[in-house]
Design a protein around this ligand. Structure first.
Ligand SMILES: [Fe+2]
Length: 199
């Protein structure tokens, strides 16, 4: 069973004005589709074609050398973007609630302090990559990764991530990555993040 592009869980313009419809079309239909296609090409005819994407990303160290690079990049791209679409919502302006909100306050000082630190980590990521809220050994932290790497490969749980590749924001925000990171909070699906935190 080949890997498939999941449909967007909302309309392309559902995140306007914070993320524009043209970016969503290109990001989902072109970029994510390309990761899926290249992943399928890389694993075709190998035992890896029958594994779940979660299993692949958690076990990159076991990949044979001849497909390790393409699977890491394109498998990571498929895995990260599949999560990413679900971390955004047409219900704009959500904030963390319940135990997640308490854990964010305990760890980072306040929700505002958390956002500031997350944005700073996203700005500091040189080139292409992601910024994450992760849970590892029961503790929350903010990390960033290069390219399509995921903290899941190192055994952490990703609770939230933002894509800081230029393809995620350049049409609307051009070189203003800090502004994109700040506006992105408007579309975060904190209900989803909270459910994962509680699980
Ligand atoms: Fe992306």
């Amino acid at each position: 069973m080949a890997f498939e592009l999941p449909p967007l869980p909302y309309d392309y313009d559902a995140l306007e004005p914070f993320v524009d419809a043209q970016t969503m079309h290109l990001h989902h239909d072109k970029h994510h589709q390309a990761y899926v296609d290249k992943l399928n090409a890389a694993v075709e005819g190998t035992e890896w074609a029958d594994k779940s994407i979660d299993e692949i990303v958690a076990n990159l160290a076991d990949l044979p050398a001849d497909i390790a690079g393409p699977v890491r990049n394109n498998g990571g791209g498929h895995f990260n973007h599949t999560l990413f679409w679900d971390w955004m919502t047409p219900e704009h302006g959500q904030t963390p609630e319940g135990e997640l909100a308490a854990a964010i306050d305990d760890t980072f000082g306040s929700f505002d302090d958390f956002k500031t630190k997350f944005e700073a980590a996203g700005v500091a990521r040189f080139g292409s990559g992601w910024v994450w809220l992760i849970r590892d050994a029961g503790s929350l932290s903010i990390v960033s990764t290069a390219n399509q790497d995921s903290p899941v490969t190192d055994g952490a749980e990703v609770l939230l991530g933002n894509d800081v590749w230029e393809h995620a924001y350049y049409l609307k925000y051009q070189n203003r990555r800090p502004e994109y990171l700040k506006e992105w909070w408007n579309v975060v699906n904190w209900a989803k993040v909270g459910a994962a935190f509680d699980a």
